[in-house]
Design a protein around this ligand. Structure first.
Ligand code: NAD
Length: 439
């Protein structure tokens, strides 16, 4: 979708007048190289060797800090997981400064640290916590579609780190910038790199249009059999989505008391299991709190939060989701930063973030991961209804200077859903191009 403003500023007149152009972001294509150009791996942390070996298996050329080359870099991975003292932080500058100068358009900087929550030594904790401030700042300095993100390891095993580094280097993370992901211990990998969700059954709510339709499409592209769920009045569009991706359609209002039971019956009855659930259905009913009526308040809380609580109980009961399953919720940056006129919506999405934290702990033993995406400004029918000026501010005020696309949300969800992401749980990942709104 190209908006009017983008068409205006990308016109030949605007280009001649020197108006800055948002960079066309590099997005994931199955089978295309992980990144465009060699990857510099440095920093001396405990994952550096394993990552270099793994990149070699993908036929990605790697460079060491000492390599004297003028090649444009597709990515830079700085492993500071072993940094213990604030003086070690200078490595970010020593390695990062020359590398960033060589970074290609749409290049990637990925920094690896150790989760400060797993440490006790004061100097070590503060050193590792410092990485977050540095990476978020560097992300704001990068240009031409390049991003910077931080992976915090909670243990020594490389599986989780590798999965997160792969996501951040790839085009799947095109609109994820200045973010932090914590990864636990795991040796899980994807059995099939091109179709990582092969053999999995995924339920996607709100799948008739917008972000939900794109999530269904991307999960199917990655090999999943998809049950597309939406309200009966969206039945035609829902059937179209389901038919296009070879899935099945289920007309159900997620707020219905028996919605969870009907989803379980449909998915297990037709396809044999439920491996992935994406709670995407959501509504907005914006008003300042002083003008908010009961129905606006209650409907948003019930569709966006209450329904997820009720459906989870049914889906996680015996006969529902298999151990090793994946639950992904669609939250919003409004649930993190708040938004004027959205106290109901902000409450519902912050509630979802709370649910993800608590449920991920509860389900750890069953190997079920629970994560959320928090989209910023994504080009959909929902955001097309925002008044022009507010819409343009939301769309441009981020490090990538453009709105995201539904596919950007879908790709992150597809990554959370992968078998290889077993070590990623309890995370809320913002997909907002490092929006200036909120943290
Ligand atoms: P959308 O309005 O285009 O699509 C939402 C879908 O959910 C529709 O198909 C709708 O019929 C369905 N739905 C609504 N109520 C339902 C119910 N009770 N039962 C079943 N299905 C129901 O919205 P979108 O922009 O694609 O948003 C999808 C999700 O992303 C929502 O949770 C939204 O809050 C979130 N989100 C969107 C943005 C954005 O910029 N578009 C930003 C942050 C978060």
């Amino acid at each position: 979708m190209t908006d009017l403003f983008t068409r205006l500023i990308s016109s030949s007149v605007a280009k001649k007048a020197g108006v800055p152009q948002p960079t066309r972001l590099r997005r994931y294509q199955p089978g295309v190289a992980l990144c465009e150009g060699p990857v510099l791996v440095a920093g001396g942390g405990r994952f550096e060797g394993g990552l270099t070996d793994w990149l070699a298996t993908l036929a990605i050329a790697t460079q060491a800090q000492s390599d004297d080359s003028a090649d444009r870099l597709g990515g830079v991975v700085i492993d500071l997981s072993a940094a213990t003292d604030p003086t070690d932080l200078d490595q970010l500058r020593v390695i990062g400064a020359p590398a960033i100068k060589r970074l290609a358009k749409n290049g990637r900087l990925v920094v690896i640290g150790t989760d400060p929550a797993t440490l006790t030594d004061l100097a070590e904790v503060s050193t590792q916590r410092a990485l977050e401030g540095a990476v978020r700042s560097i992300a704001k300095e990068l240009r031409a579609g390049a991003t910077a993100n931080l992976v915090l390891a909670q243990g020594d095993s490389s599986g989780g780190v590798r999965s997160a580094v792969e996501f951040f280097l790839s085009g799947r993370s095109a609109y994820v910038d200045g973010q932090v992901v914590r990864v636990g211990e795991s040796t899980a990998t994807n059995p099939d790199a091109l179709r990582p969700l092969s053999g999995k059954v995924a339920v996607v709510t709100g799948a008739a249009r917008g972000i939900g339709a794109e999530i269904a499409t991307v999960l199917a592209r990655d090999g999943a059999t998809v049950v597309a769920v939406d309200i009966p009045s969206a039945g035609d569009a829902l059937a179209e989505v389901a038919n296009k991706i070879g899935g099945t359609a289920l007309q159900v209002d997620v707020t219905a008391p028996d919605a969870g039971r009907r989803i379980v019956e449909h998915a297990t009855g037709r396809h044999g299991s439920i491996d992935i659930v994406v709670h995407n259905a959501g509504i907005t009913r914006d008003k300042l709190l002083v003008n908010m009526d009961e129905s606006r308040w209650q409907s948003v809380i019930d569709v966006n939060l209450g329904s997820i609580l009720r459906m989870s109980a049914a889906i996680l009961a015996d006969g529902g989701m298999a151990d090793g399953g994946r639950i992904v919720c669609v939250a919003s940056i409004a649930g993190i930063a708040g938004n004027r006129g959205q106290s109901n919506y902000g409450a519902s999405k912050a509630g979802v973030i709370g649910l993800v934290g608590a449920l991920s702990n509860e389900l750890r033993e069953r190997g079920i991961t629970v994560n959320a995406v928090a989209p910023g400004f994504i080009e959909t029918a929902m955001t097309a209804r925002i008044p022009f000026t507010t819409r343009e501010i939301g769309r441009r005020m981020n490090s990538l200077q453009q709105g995201g696309r539904p596919v950007d949300v879908a790709e992150t969800i597809a990554w959370f859903a992968q078998p290889g992401s077993a070590a990623v749980t309890g995370q809320v990942l913002r997909i907002c191009g490092q929006s200036l709104l909120g943290a």
